[in-house]
Design a binder for this molecule. Structure first.
Ligand SMILES: [Zn+2]
Length: 304
């Protein structure tokens, strides 16, 4: 029996520096993090961008795990090369193969801490259920968005993104570092409990399922000409309903939400998403019955 290996990634985005700082302190003081005896490999996802104080060098590393692009010879693109290298070292057939990847990010949105799950892989949903049960974390389920692919954790058999905020890019915040530490240790604790067959799964999983993202209002030349309305700013996770104030145009005009359906907005005014033309993403809150196959998938992975 080979033991479970967990890949821990900080700084997939080089300007999300709080998880990186935690990892660096952990390097200096091994007892800083309780790993519950789980074997871990920690890496800085995008060290070059971190050194440059940028999110990325050529393109977003967390959209670069697209295997078709690895075979191409054009590797002046740092992030494509980095994604291929990480897989060569820590991927399923790598030098230090890891079965679970945990990718620690920060957000500028007022979302608190949450988990991001990509698609509906059974083992991801099982691990997310355990963490939601333990810590009460909301889950943003990202799927069915063809414009957004190549996420790091999808290249491992099980993987979650942990988003912690709000914090500005490139700014240390002790509360964000503490929250990162608590969630990191809880992840490892739950994996250990699965290994020991001593774990309690909840009956239900609450997810906020991604439906779509919306852009800022723009002028005829494509420039942003309206900001998130002050009544909507920091209202992540609160229902957004017909006629709610959405954007404020400089001359004082308010743009209201026009859809008849109610959505739950997340990533409101996330600084990194301006370049993606995203002012916020809209989700639907759903309560799912826990499925025994989720548990089986995670057990099969951890206890193999
Ligand atoms: Zn990030």
């Amino acid at each position: 029996m080979s033991e479970i290996q967990v890949l821990l990634v900080a700084g997939t985005h080089g300007n999300e520096i709080n998880p990186i700082w935690l990892f660096e302190q952990w390097d200096k003081l091994a007892v800083l993090i309780n790993t519950y005896g789980i074997a871990t490999h920690k890496v800085i996802g995008n060290p070059k961008a971190y050194k440059s104080g940028k999110r990325y060098i050529n393109n977003d590393l967390n959209r670069s795990f697209v295997k078709q692009s690895f075979s191409k010879t054009n590797h002046s693109n740092f992030e494509i090369t980095r994604a291929a290298d990480l897989l060569q070292i820590y991927g399923e057939n790598g030098e230090n193969p890891c079965q679970i990847a945990l990718d620690f990010h920060t957000t500028t949105s007022s979302m608190g801490s949450c988990l991001v799950v990509y698609g509906r892989r059974a083992s991801d949903l099982a691990l997310a259920s355990l963490l939601q049960s333990k810590l009460g974390l909301p889950i943003y389920l990202h799927e069915s968005d063809d414009a957004q692919t190549g996420f790091l954790v999808e290249s491992w058999k099980c993987g979650l993104v942990i988003e912690i905020g709000p914090v500005a890019q490139g700014l240390f915040d002790s509360r964000i570092i503490s929250q990162t530490k608590i969630i990191l240790e809880s992840c490892l604790e739950q994996i250990k409990l699965v290994e020991n067959d001593d774990v309690f799964f909840p009956d239900k999983l609450i997810v906020h399922r991604h439906i779509k993202s919306i852009d800022f209002p723009r002028d005829s030349k494509g420039f942003i000409n309206g900001c998130v309305h002050p009544l909507q700013q920091s209202k992540d996770w609160y229902p957004l309903q017909l006629n709610d104030e959405l954007f404020l145009i400089p001359e004082g005009k308010t743009i209201k939400f026009e859809e008849k359906e109610t959505f739950i907005p997340v990533f409101i005014n996330e600084a990194a998403y301006m370049e993606k033309n995203i002012a916020m993403s809209l989700t639907k809150r759903e309560v799912w019955e826990f499925k025994s196959e989720w548990k089986k998938a995670l057990f099969d992975l951890v206890q193999k």
